[in-house]
Design a protein around this ligand. Structure first.
Ligand SMILES: CC(C)(COP(=O)(O)OP(=O)(O)OC[C@H]1O[C@@H](n2cnc3c(N)ncnc32)[C@H](O)[C@@H]1OP(=O)(O)O)[C@@H](O)C(=O)NCCC(=O)NCCS
Length: 135
């Protein structure tokens, strides 16, 4: 198993397959993707999980975190997210945040992220902004 920096196109494939298979492939592309750092976790050379980091000054946001459906709940996403948090700290980020699907907030709490009071609904899904401030 290894984690590599990947091109945005590879991230798009898994994002589409996992997060929004019912939408057009373009739906998962972000205007900021050219500025993002995209990470992929591979097992036996197959891409299993992706996440993207966007840095804005001392703030970092991770977005579009997705694990291949057949490989979920095996710990891969946690390994990838821990890697991203280390990378974010090494990049000098002071605050990391994400727009978490509400049902995933417990998961992010395990990584030291806490729910803020900011919430919103998009495409019928409820989101809550979660953050962690690095010491
Ligand atoms: C969110 C997501 C990326 C997590 O990836 P993952 O690879 O499944 O993550 P993990 O396997 O590390 O953890 C998932 C759960 O499995 C549990 N788990 C981890 N290893 C495990 C193991 N060996 N055996 C059983 N359970 C395990 C974790 O504790 C976690 O439980 P929780 O959700 O109750 O907190 C994945 O569920 C996904 O792609 N979801 C669809 C897209 C999405 O919702 N993205 C996030 C938007 S905020």
């Amino acid at each position: 198993m290894e984690i590599r920096n990947i091109e945005k196109e590879l991230a798009w494939q898994l994002r589409h397959e996992v997060m929004w298979p019912e939408k057009d492939a373009d739906y998962v592309k972000l205007p900021d993707d050219d500025k993002g750092r995209h990470y992929g976790l591979f097992a036996e050379n197959q891409l299993i999980s992706v996440v993207s980091l966007f840095i804005d000054g001392s703030d970092g946001q991770f977005r579009k975190f997705a694990t291949r459906v057949s490989e979920q709940n095996k710990g891969y996403g946690s390994i990838l997210l821990n890697h991203l948090l280390v990378e974010a700290q090494q990049a000098g980020i002071k605050r990391i945040f994400c727009n978490a699907r509400r049902e995933k907030s417990r998961f992010y709490e395990k990584f030291g992220l806490a729910a803020t009071e900011e919430m919103f609904t998009k495409d019928g899904k409820e989101y809550i902004i979660m953050e962690r401030v690095f010491a």
